[in-house]
Ligand binder design. Structure first.
Ligand code: FES
Ligand SMILES: [Fe+2]
Length: 350
């Protein structure tokens, strides 16, 4: 039984990672490969040749097709055989590699691993700041050797910033601001509203103004596994509220986790912002800086995974700060349970 939801869209790659050469990546335990056709559309196929299972990602591209590098079986972008190893043999259309539904949205490549007929693009989580007009989005990718749910715990609890990210984004005031956690449908929110605080240097610079600001941090969890964090400041008196705050400068920390297997995941991270959007230097510097911060999280998550495996008799404890992560895990667990109870899904969940 898997710890993830099968009938869901998962990010497989950044759009820029997929090109004409196949990219191999295991998504929710399924080895897949991705490539772009001549019209730039994306093919997602099981990364195993139907003949003797050599990974197709090692194959050779021919037009929109892929030719296996072992005995030369040629498959079209729909996965169906176009040429047999023995050219004198007629292509058997019954030979085919599994293909997966794939959609490009918000600068990411999303793939559906579950029952194909349920792959509705409307179910892709709403990451609007990643492609909205007036916003700039960029980021990176890490492979992390931990259960993807450890990343959810981490992102829904920003108190860790003080100790894990000392010297970068950690700030004692975060420990003192009260938090409010609530669930709305299948989403979890953890809100911190910090009215009338001194603008931290990063935000003062973005705002081009020193002095007192209202500051917010709002973590939002979405199925199957994204956490976006609405952060920013507005000058005191500008009318910003915890619900509505476009009066100052605003950013969204974007975190999307895709299980690779039970003990590792793909982490796609970035920042979407609505200030200095044409400043490429800022974008590049910020990406570098953010990558450095997230490497500190990677170290912690991987160490936690090792400790969990080394201490099988111990359970994770949940204190007040863990409420957001706990609720998000409950929503994942409930969605998996509901999916399992649907009779037609039997056998589809790993
Ligand atoms: S393994 Fe692919 S053609 Fe034989
Ligand atoms: Fe962190």
């Amino acid at each position: 039984m898997s710890t993830w939801l099968s009938n869901a869209w998962y990010v497989a790659a950044w759009d820029r990672e997929v090109d004409s050469r196949p990219l191999a990546r295991t998504i929710c335990g399924v080895p897949m490969m991705f490539y772009r056709k001549l019209d730039r559309g994306i093919v997602a196929m099981r990364d195993a040749c139907p003949h003797r299972l050599l990974p197709l990602s090692m194959g050779l591209r021919e037009g929109d097709s892929i030719r296996c590098r072992y005995h030369g079986l040629k498959l079209g972008p729909d996965g169906v055989a176009e040429e047999m190893p023995l050219r004198s043999e007629k292509a058997n259309k019954g030979i085919c590699a599994e293909v997966f539904a794939v959609v490009e949205r918000y600068r990411f490549v999303w793939v559906w691993v579950g029952e194909k007929e349920k792959a509705d693009p409307a179910l892709i989580p709403d990451l609007w700041p990643c492609s909205a007009k007036g916003w700039r989005f960029d980021g990176g990718y890490f492979e992390i050797a931990s259960d993807y749910r450890l990343a959810v715990d981490n992102l829904m609890d920003l108190t860790h910033e003080t100790y894990v990210h000392t010297g970068s984004i950690g700030q004692p005031e975060i420990l003192h601001a009260p938090i409010e956690t609530f669930v709305k449908g299948e989403q979890v929110f953890v809100r911190r509203w910090m009215p009338g605080v001194e603008a931290p240097p990063f935000w003062a610079e973005a705002l081009r103004k020193q002095g007192q600001v209202d500051r917010w941090q709002i973590c939002q969890f979405m199925l199957p596994c994204a956490v976006i964090i609405d952060v920013g400041v507005a000058p005191v008196g500008a009318g910003a509220t915890v619900e509505q705050h476009d009066q100052g400068v605003r950013g969204f920390v974007i975190d999307v986790m895709t299980p690779q297997d039970e003990t590792s995941h793909h982490y796609f991270w970035g920042m979407a912002r609505n200030f200095d959007i044409d400043d490429d230097g800022f974008t590049a510097r910020f990406r570098q800086q953010q990558g450095g911060v997230f490497l500190q999280d990677k170290e912690v998550l991987e160490a936690r995974q090792r400790a969990i495996e080394a201490n099988p008799h111990m359970k994770l404890s949940a204190y007040n700060i863990d409420e957001g992560g706990t609720r998000a895990r409950q929503i994942i667990a409930r969605a998996i349970k509901v999916q399992r109870q649907q009779p037609e899904t039997e056998g589809a969940a790993k």
